[in-house]
Design a protein around this ligand. Structure first.
Ligand code: NAP
Length: 266
């Protein structure tokens, strides 16, 4: 597991999410874990989730060690309806409300350009990366309405702007999240629900390991990043905390790229 942290700085964080109930999907490792940690360190009550119970248990323990006071979790495969229900029910049973949803899960079952992608892989990518994000937003809406507002953040990718050669279908699915963000932002603005998105660049996690594990892959990856380094998951956690907080109170429908200077325009 790759969880490089700013742990020593954690006591210096503000409390912008004080008392807010924050659901983060796919949050037992990588970027989701870093988001859960940062929201928790800023005072949020965090619900972590992923497919495997052991990962959930380990993440809860680790988040507590990192200084997160309020954290619970459950298994949730984002493409399974009963799992999503279970996730929302847990938040309501334990805390009585939901303030924040961070939709972070994604898969990429095949490496290749768009025309090399099998139909099966295409369907899986869109099922998990796009359809589940739409369903999570649709299903959390009544809770956020009851709460008189809230915040939704989608985790997209810089590949949604400039498609990665070998991540064709995945990149298209991430572009779709920009559209979902725009459409939902306008739709939910009257409910005081803000909807924003993050486009991370290459972040050092298990998911991206093929891009940096061999020297040649690393060299190729760094050649595409103006900052000449990969990002840390915590550098996405901080962007997410901003978007969920009142510091971003006049922002909705936006995507923030945190990608070391990589191109971020469609
Ligand atoms: P990661 O380190 O591999 O972590 C993946 C997490 O997702 C794990 O907690 C895993 O736990 C969980 N997970 C996987 N499939 C799931 C599913 N169907 N339902 C629920 N949880 C699931 O990945 P990451 O790099 O942090 O990626 C997180 C997000 O950032 C993704 O949306 C990815 O597209 C995006 N992103 C990553 C990068 C990068 O360079 N790393 C760049 C741009 C965007 P279990 O195995 O227990 O389910």
């Amino acid at each position: 597991m790759i969880r490089r942290t700013f742990a020593t700085m954690s006591n210096n964080f503000g409390k912008r999410l004080d008392g807010r109930v924050c659901i983060v999907t796919a949050s037992t490792d990588g970027i989701g874990f870093a988001i859960a940690k940062r929201l928790g360190l800023e005072g949020g009550k965090v619900i972590v989730s992923s497919r495997k119970q052991k990962n959930v248990d380990d993440a809860i323990q680790e988040l507590k060690k990192e200084g997160v006071n309020e954290v619970i979790g459950t298994t949730c495969h984002v493409a399974i309806s009963e799992d999503r229900k279970k996730l929302f029910n847990l938040a309501i049973e334990k805390y009585g409300k939901i303030d924040v949803l961070v939709s972070n899960a994604a898969v990429n079952p095949e490496v290749g350009c768009v025309t090399d992608t099998s139909e099966k892989a295409w369907d899986k990518i869109f099922d998990v990366n796009v359809k589940s994000a739409y369903l999570l937003a649709k299903e959390v809406k009544p809770y956020l309405q009851q709460n008189k507002g809230g915040s939704i953040v989608f985790v997209s990718s810089i590949g949604g702007y400039s498609p990665f050669d070998l991540l064709g279908a995945y990149s298209v699915s991430k572009t779709a999240l920009f559209g979902l963000t725009k459409a939902l932002a306008v739709e939910l603005v009257h409910d005081n629900i803000r909807v924003n998105c993050i486009a991370p660049g290459v972040i050092e996690t298990k998911f991206s390991s093929a891009l940096y594990e061999s020297e040649s892959a690393k060299e190729e990856t760094l050649s595409r990043i103006p900052m000449k380094r990969m990002g840390k998951a915590d550098e996405i956690g901080s962007v997410c905390a901003f978007l969920c907080s009142d510091d971003a109170s006049y922002m909705t429908g936006e995507t923030i790229a945190a990608a070391g200077g990589m191109l971020s325009r469609l």
